[in-house]
Design a protein around this ligand. Structure first.
Ligand SMILES: NC(=O)c1ccc[n+]([C@@H]2O[C@H](COP(=O)([O-])OP(=O)(O)OC[C@H]3O[C@@H](n4cnc5c(N)ncnc54)[C@H](OP(=O)(O)O)[C@@H]3O)[C@@H](O)[C@H]2O)c1
Length: 442
């Protein structure tokens, strides 16, 4: 990659999330030398954000004006950095162009997206990224990092005991103080746009025609209906975020490398070492009461109905507070709301008390070992997400700086990218913790 002006550049540093990413990058880099830049499309907003951050211990080396919708401006900015953190969303608008510009410039890329269609589109750039020696890792914030790295953590814990994890059910819940939990408009807009283009996602997946993952252990089924889940003592419904698809795509990539043999051809491509037998992964979202579930269902139903019509979409985007029952607004959460919020993801993991290799043939027996893993952390959107995406960016930069070659190239899920790095222990140190709660024979 040669000499570049910056180790890391934060694009979209003026946004609700980007400003926290820019602020927290300074402290999370610890004592490592870090030359970084804040980038955005408005010079005056960058100045305002810098003033809001106050004098940090490691201020940005430069404020870079860059417009993601202008190819020349984008290319000129991304070629100056080793790693780009993209906080410009919804990602369906300019995300593909930013990734393509990074690949062209030989710049590594991470982002805070959670949009399955965007991920599907940039997966088509896999070969180009690999050829150019670039790591592109979308979905490095909440909820994909807890899900994907939690799945990897569970697999590794089984492996440490000489066992094999084969299925994972994840139950996410959010905690909040008396002022409740809240989100910024862009996340709501991403969801509205995603739903209204659901048919495009289906077509993209059909075209991608990725290999079906082999199934180890009894086939698990997603519980479609809302239900009271005794294990977490909460009401739960299937989670319609990107988690399950990101976990699946990461595991499919491992499978693709194994079957195509590229793993042997190029040592820098995806390594199956830390990512053994694929798990059957499902994700659920839980609330404390049945009223909470009714609210979520209202939200989901009104979104899926109204996004079918142009006027309905307009209505949804004009009145986020009404349709999300007060959860999303253009003002975003307050500091007090964020300070009192958090997330807990509980993983019920099943597997076998023996080592199973990805080379073994599929088995349909019932698993004989169970484990409960918990991943928890601070407010998900604007505290945990900045921590997570910063540590992912630094994992790439440190790997490159030390020339350890532990981060593969291509378009990857977080677990596929960071299985061989100390990311989980660094997340633990920063307050996003991974632990085994209990385990027993089944
Ligand atoms: N994974 C997670 O848990 C998580 C958490 C938080 C957010 N997100 C996602 O992150 C994205 C951003 O959310 P947010 O709440 O921070 O949104 P936001 O406050 O609207 O910020 C968007 C940022 O993008 C910038 N931008 C927009 N168009 C641009 C362009 N053409 N060129 C350069 N910059 C451009 C904006 O610049 P201006 O300031 O000049 O308008 C702003 O800095 C959304 O997609 C959201 O869903 C994900």
């Amino acid at each position: 990659m040669g000499q570049r002006d910056f180790d890391v550049m934060v694009l979209g540093a003026t946004g609700f999330t980007g400003k926290y990413v820019a602020r927290d990058l300074q402290s999370l880099a610890r004592d490592e030398p870090l030359n970084w830049a804040m980038a955005g499309r408005s010079s005056s907003k960058l100045q305002e954000t810098l003033a809001w951050m106050g004098p940090g211990k490691r201020p940005p080396a430069e404020l870079v004006v860059a417009d993601a919708s202008n190819p020349q401006s984008l290319q000129a900015a991304v070629k100056r950095t080793h790693v780009l953190i993209n906080c410009v969303g919804p990602f369906r608008y300019t995300g593909y162009e930013v990734v393509a510009a990074c690949i062209e410039a030989g710049t590594h890329y991470v982002d805070i997206s959670g949009e399955p269609e965007f991920v599907e589109r940039i997966l088509t750039l896999f070969d180009k990224a690999e050829e150019r020696g670039v790591s592109v890792v979308p979905c490095c914030g909440f909820d994909c990092v807890p899900a994907d790295m939690g799945n990897l953590f569970a697999k590794t814990e089984f492996e440490k005991r000489g066992y094999t994890a084969t299925s994972v059910e994840m139950f996410i819940r959010l905690t909040s103080g008396p002022l409740g939990i809240s989100g910024n408009f862009a996340t709501y807009e991403s969801a509205v746009q995603g739903l209204s283009h659901a048919h495009e996602l289906r077509a993209l997946r059909k075209k991608a025609n990725r290999a079906q993952l082999p199934i180890f252990g009894k086939k698990t089924r997603i519980q479609e209906n809302p239900r009271f889940e005794k294990r977490v003592s909460r009401w739960c419904i299937p989670f319609f975020g990107a988690d399950a698809s990101v976990v699946r795509v990461g595991q499919q990539l491992v499978e693709r490398f194994r079957t195509s043999g590229t793993l042997n051809r190029n040592a820098r491509t995806l390594n199956t070492k830390g990512v053994p037998v694929p798990t059957q992964f499902s994700a659920y979202f839980c609330t404390d009461s049945i009223v909470g579930i009714a609210g979520l269902m209202f939200f989901g139903l009104s979104m899926s109905l109204l996004t079918r019509f142009a006027w309905g979409k307009k209505l949804l985007l004009a009145y986020p507070k009404i349709f999300s029952l007060g959860t999303f607004s253009k003002a975003g959460p307050t500091d007090a709301q964020m300070a009192a919020s958090g997330f807990i993801s509980t993983f019920y993991v099943k597997g076998f008390k023996k080592h199973l290799s990805i080379e073994d043939s599929e088995i349909s027996a019932a698993p004989d070992y169970g484990m409960t893993v918990v991943v928890k952390g601070p407010e998900p959107g604007y505290v945990a997400t900045p921590i997570s995406v910063i540590l992912c960016a630094l994992a790439i930069r440190n790997d490159e700086r030390k020339n350890t070659g532990n981060v593969p190239r291509g378009v990857l899920s977080p677990a596929a990218a960071f299985a061989q790095t100390p990311l989980i222990s660094e997340l633990n140190d920063a307050g996003i913790t991974f632990s085994v709660e209990s385990e027993s024979e089944l």
